[in-house]
Write a protein that binds this ligand. Structure first.
Ligand code: NI
Length: 254
């Protein structure tokens, strides 16, 4: 059993195909998917997908790209959504200083306000961090003490991974770990204790080898799992069962 802990099946690249995509996932033993929202519209679609499909759970949040469009009422709506049974997290939230689609100060403000929603609703959070390692760590140390969360599509160093784990967070690894030149990420994956590891596709993005250049989908989380099991020299079944139970534990899924 595999759990794709971060997917965007609501993306328009899947429109009209969701049923088949989920079926192909099941054929690869991917029995659960967390569909992650990135703005208010996609969060609403994530909630709908979780209501429609048994195997799908939802996370709601505003990505740093879209921070500039966040309105006061949105934080209330996010909190409201968490009252639904299959909404299990706030995310993806964080900082992206690589693209800077929203000004840094706005990204920080929207990130902090959503951490506040997570605290009030007792939800774990999903972090998006691109070229913003220091500010992310500073903010969560200050604003999210003791709250559970995961760093999704981790791109930091072995040292940062160690620090994040020491702070009590999970780390999720995506498709780039399968790339032949991803030496740093392979080292990071090897270094993460199994009980702190999650796996994901982040589909439709970050398609793993050997499907690079095509649309990613949840079925391919198996390729991520196989790669990491190989790096850690453990059986795929072991990696699958531990990462699945980690995901369920973090997101309170029984
Ligand atoms: Ni994502």
């Amino acid at each position: 059993m595999l759990f794709d802990s971060h997917a965007h099946v609501d993306d328009r690249r899947f429109s009209g195909e969701v049923e088949e995509v989920l079926k192909r996932a099941l054929e690869q033993d991917v029995t659960n998917i967390l569909n992650v929202g990135a703005d208010m519209e996609s969060s609403a679609r994530a909630v709908m997908l979780s209501e429609e499909y048994n195997m799908v759970y939802a996370s709601v949040g505003i990505h740093p790209h879209d921070a500039k469009d966040a309105k006061n009422a949105d934080y209330y709506t996010l909190a409201e959504w968490t009252n639904q049974n299959k909404v299990v997290a706030i995310g993806e939230i964080g900082l992206d200083y690589y693209h800077n689609h929203s000004p840094k100060e706005i990204q920080q403000e929207v990130f902090i306000r959503q951490l506040d929603v997570a605290r009030q609703t007792k939800m774990p959070f999903i972090i998006h961090d691109r070229d913003a390692h220091k500010d992310i760590l500073d903010i969560i140390k200050k604003e999210a003490k003791g709250m559970p969360g995961v760093f999704h599509c981790f791109s930091g160093s072995v040292e940062m991974a160690r620090e994040v784990i020491k702070m009590g967070y999970y780390i999720s690894i995506a498709g780039p770990v399968t790339f032949s030149n991803a030496n740093k990420l392979k080292e990071v994956a090897k270094s993460i204790p199994l009980e702190r590891l999650l796996i994901e596709t982040d589909c439709p993005y970050l398609t793993p080898h050997p499907h690079r250049g095509t649309r990613n989908e949840p079925a391919y989380v198996r390729l991520v799992a196989e790669e990491i099991a190989g790096l850690k020299e453990i059986k795929l079944e072991k990696l699958a069962s531990v990462t699945t139970s980690n995901t369920k534990e973090l997101f309170g899924i029984v």
